[in-house]
Design a protein around this ligand. Sequence first.
Ligand code: SAM
Length: 318
Amino acid sequence: MREGAHPGRIAAYPAQEPSHEATQVWKTSFVTPRRRVAGKSTTREPIIQEPVSFDLEPEATRRTAGAAESSRANRGWWDRNADDYQIEHGTFLGDDRFVWGPEGLDEVEAELLGPPEELKGKDVLEIGAGAAQCARWLAAQGARPVALDLSHRQLQHALRIGGSFPLVCADAGALPFADGSFDLACSAYGALPFVADPGLVLREVRRVLRPGGRFVFSVTHPVRWAFPDEPGPEGLSVANSYFDRTPYVEQDDEGQAVYVEHHRTLGDRVRDIASAGFRLVDLVEPEWPAWNTSEWGGWSPLRGNLIPGTAIFVCERD
Ligand SMILES: C[S@@+](CC[C@H](N)C(=O)[O-])C[C@H]1O[C@@H](n2cnc3c(N)ncnc32)[C@H](O)[C@@H]1O
């Protein structure tokens, strides 16, 4: 099942090579703009190796971006920005909490993977795990998690925080596991917002799940794509077509993508899930809770009280 993966070190699998295409701006930011594309690592503790720096400010555009180009760009972006992401969001996420998104919905209360007491002994794959906070919470419930991410630097943060479960560096579109390896799979904003072919990821997840397995994943709520990605009042007016699936791309001065996000409408997501052989058993749109006064990029109490910011899909395979 966990070929090449061992606790305490990162097993790496190659991603595909890039390809190109072209078109027209915006979307979401996981790290606040002043920190984006930072040239220097500022992690709290020294860890294994520095990511390659990238000093020029990229251009934001909307244009097509294929699977290989998206994968290559996002692996580089998350390697360069993992330190800032963990500094900026690590406290909110907690080292061993399972938070589904910027609203702060916690798996302890949501129980979307089932009652916590039933997780004991379950094989669980976390996709786009980042620093593996969710996997750490799963391990604390007695589950056997495997944390997978495209970014080596994100997984180095998982190592820094610690935990005795496997870390696997691989693309969600090519899962390096045998069929039927897991009871459950989960992804909190990992991979699905970033891939050109979400159907491929869903088919891969279905393949590695055992019959009766459940996959729960969260993404930016599709309706957010119609609005500017701003936390304030300017983020409340529709400015873009909800139906425009053209990816959001940041590119360097040679037109090479350095960051990509892909948009799917709600209907697209439902069809992707059904075509991959899953049953959609719930769609959760967390409401912004009164206790949460934090902003996370374009997610804010102001907007969160008016429009959904996160969509969580609960899928099962027969
Ligand atoms: C917004 S972060 C979410 C990480 C973590 N779940 C959290 O809440 O902090 C997105 C993560 O998805 C990873 N990712 C992006 N594209 C991916 C892909 N194609 N396959 C696997 N992971 C991917 C990134 O490297 C990043 O760590």
